[in-house]
Write a protein that binds this ligand. Structure first.
Ligand SMILES: [Zn+2]
Length: 130
């Protein structure tokens, strides 16, 4: 069943909680409780899928739909947002700590870091310069 969660999973437990900011048939979004920047959001499938690559095509489409709506909502709420990073950690070696797929949507503003060059390439800090 598409809405099956996993008992004991902190992200499965979020889906009916007060942190939810939007939802559709197969996915939901929440504000990150330890945001990288203001309005940092997470998009998750209801189903307890471990990683991004475990999502079905329908779940990917549902997650993408939420990402697009969140983008509009965030830009509408905060005109200082001029860009975003989208990312998912897949596997322990990438830094994944909760094994229920979650896609980060991180709003970016001018000056939020001294030099944003490289963006998500900063996962390997010495590779941000190219
Ligand atoms: Zn879960």
């Amino acid at each position: 069943m598409a809405k099956a969660g996993s008992p004991g999973c902190v992200f499965s437990a979020l889906r009916d909680g007060p942190l939810v900011i939007s939802r559709n048939e197969l996915a939901f979004s929440v504000r990150d409780t330890t945001p990288v920047t203001a309005m940092h959001a997470l998009v998750l499938p209801y189903r307890h899928a471990e990683t991004y690559f475990d999502l079905s095509e329908s779940e990917l489409a549902a997650a993408n739909d939420l990402l697009r709506h969140l983008r509009s909502d965030i830009e509408g709420a905060d005109p200082s947002v001029k860009g975003f990073n989208i990312g998912a950690n897949i596997g322990i070696v990438s830094g994944q700590t909760i094994f229920h797929c979650h896609i980060h949507l991180i709003p970016r503003r001018e000056g939020d870091v001294p030099d944003p060059l490289g963006g998500v390439r900063a996962v390997i800090p010495e590779k941000t310069r190219y």
